[in-house]
Design a protein around this ligand. Structure first.
Ligand SMILES: Cc1cc2nc3c(=O)[nH]c(=O)nc-3n(C[C@H](O)[C@H](O)[C@H](O)COP(=O)(O)OP(=O)(O)OC[C@H]3O[C@@H](n4cnc5c(N)ncnc54)[C@H](O)[C@@H]3O)c2cc1C
Length: 522
């Protein structure tokens, strides 16, 4: 992971089979699939891996039960299949999770129960557990702090949960172990065209400012909500007008302490006042409450929640929880931008109605753009991209399915029952790499519960971490769990990181960012 060596490789005059813009779930999934098929691969990420939407999910590995209500059976079936694959290939980072849907009206149990039975049936052998109808007493046993007044019973069903940013890292590192060159803090700045065809890209090392020219047979634009920037550049180069394809929609989350929802079951409210789903998910020692679906027209790297979104999450939670979380209880809040794909010609603002499916477009020049979809289906999306590349003869057709049983780094040889993901992070979060982490200097020095000096060293040496934010937001997840605690560790983490990397690790910028994760908008 030596940065100088990575950059030196970037400067080599080779022609890659595949060059990828964007190191989120989508780009990294393509990098791994292409590398596993034997293609030479380079991926550039302008910030850190998963700095965009891919570290800001609700952390569910799910089939998308609510898409069943929209009649989208194919989407749900694919996601259910991918759910199982992910749980199998990254058992240290993704696990089954039981959900309970409390019923306060008599019709709710049969109505939602029927849908969930269908969800089970679609999962077939990939099912994680059977849907069960619960009595009032059983519901309260699973969700002890749910409002008891008026409670009729509940329904329990199964989906999964995961650590999104660490999964992204596992994809990056597994792709690198298969020969892919993956580089963070390196922004694609332009596309290279010859005779109307895209033949590569230029990129800039954000640490030194050095520009590199990369040649590739196939360029994949996997920049999430930012894909239209490269579609525009491509259109300008070949003289075609390009209409934006992304309709960003933001989703906010609020994190509170476990005592608001103790136990190992997630709360699922299928229809909030605005018709959305609300989740209360136990995750790494805290509870995630969310999310929202609000159209947004700008594309900031660090989107801020709107006041109405937070008030909505708190007031909806208060309707279901005995002890209502208030502003002072918020440990962190974060926002992600969904890259929803709008039908061409649609400039409307109703993001709830937009498809959650992914889209792969190949332009006249051969630029392949992929966006939409969800984390759970990143692997199927990657297969689809490589299929489309073969259809357009940008790459040779190769056998699909090479990643179906490819265990990601850290996922092999684990105990049958690793600690649940509802428990705080710790050495177990590293899966089979735990011993390697524990062997580094500082393994006994805890900076905070679940974070040692050795983990920071491991982040720098093996996990591409360059800044305090990389460590405290995405290697450890403290920024997302407890922003105040994360800020208090910035200087300690910086000292270790600076020893490892020999450069400033931006502790001050992180402290400022952490304040943003706590500030309720005025
Ligand atoms: C609120 C919310 C909750 C969600 N919850 C779930 C969930 O529970 N389960 C689930 O399965 N899915 C969930 N999703 C969906 C899922 O998170 C996204 O579909 C997925 O993360 C998108 O990944 P991506 O790689 O396409 O985009 P991103 O993660 O945004 O990656 C794109 C990357 O491109 C980089 N980039 C941009 N410009 C450049 C450039 N010029 N050069 C190089 N790199 C560049 C960005 O920095 C970014 O890292 C959720 C989404 C949201 C918004």
């Amino acid at each position: 992971m030596n940065r100088q060596q990575l950059i030196a490789q970037l400067a080599r005059p080779v022609t890659y089979d595949v060059a990828i813009i964007g190191g989120g779930a989508t780009g990294l999934g393509v990098a791994l699939d292409a590398a596993a098929r034997g293609f030479s691969v380079v991926l550039v990420e302008s910030h850190d891996f998963a700095k965009g939407t891919s570290s800001r999910a609700t952390k569910l590995v799910h089939g998308g039960v609510r898409y069943l209500a929209q009649g989208n059976v194919a989407l749900v079936r694919e996601a259910l299949h991918e759910r199982t694959t992910l749980l199998h290939n990254a058992p240290h980072l993704a696990q089954p999770l039981p959900f309970v849907l409390p019923s306060y009206r008599y019709w709710e149990t049969p109505f939602y129960g029927a849908g969930l039975m269908m969800y089970d049936a679609l999962a077939g052998k990939a099912g994680l557990g059977h849907t069960e109808f619960l009595s009032r007493r059983q519901t309260l046993a699973c969700l002890p702090t749910v409002r008891a007044e008026g409670l009729k019973g509940g329904i329990k069903y199964w989906d999964g949960q995961f650590d999104d940013a660490r999964l992204a890292l596992a994809l990056a590192r597994t792709a690198a172990s298969r020969g892919a060159l993956v580089v963070n803090y390196c922004a694609a700045t332009g596309l290279r065209h010859e005779k109307g065809k895209v033949v590569g890209l230029s990129c800039q090392d954000r640490e030194t400012g050095a520009i590199h020219q990369l040649k590739a047979r196939c360029v994949i634009n996997a920049a999430g909500v930012w894909v239209d920037e490269f579609r525009q550049k491509d259109g300008e180069a070949i003289g075609r007008v390009v209409r934006p394809m992304v309709a960003p929609s933001q989703g906010a989350h609020v994190v509170v302490d476990r005592d608001f929802l103790p136990g190992d079951h997630a709360l699922m409210v299928p229809k909030t006042a605005d018709g959305r789903v609300l989740f209360g998910v136990p995750w790494l020692g805290k509870i995630i409450l969310g999310t929202t679906d609000t159209p947004r027209h700008d594309l900031p790297q660090e989107p801020r929640p709107f006041r109405e979104e937070l008030e909505f999450i708190l007031s909806e939670s208060a309707r279901y929880l005995k002890k209502a979380p208030g502003r002072a209880d918020i440990r962190s809040m974060w926002v992600g931008l969904r890259p929803l794909v709008k039908p061409q010609g649609d400039d409307g603002d109703d993001t709830k109605g937009l498809s959650r499916e992914h889209t792969v477009l190949v332009s006249r020049s051969g630029l392949v753009t992929v966006t939409g979809g969800k984390w759970t289906t990143y692997r199927a999306m990657a297969e689809d991209v490589l299929e489309k590349c073969a259809d357009r003869r940008l790459l040779e057709r190769t056998r699909a399915g090479v990643t179906a049983n490819l265990i990601l780094i850290g996922g092999d040889g684990l105990p049958a029952r690793p600690p649940p993901m509802s428990e705080p992070q710790g050495l177990h979060s590293y899966g089979s790499e735990a011993a390697a982490v524990a062997a580094l200097p500082g393994a006994r020095r805890e900076l905070a519960a679940g974070l040692t000096e050795a983990m920071v060293r491991f982040a720098a040496r093996s996990e591409y971490a360059r800044t305090v934010e990389d460590v405290l937001a995405r290697r450890s997840r403290l920024l997302f769990l407890d922003a105040r605690l994360a800020a208090s560790l910035a200087r300690d983490v910086a000292a270790i990181l600076e020893q490892e990397n020999g450069r400033d690790s931006q502790a001050g910028a992180f402290e400022q960012l952490a304040r943003q994760y706590l500030a309720f908008p005025g």
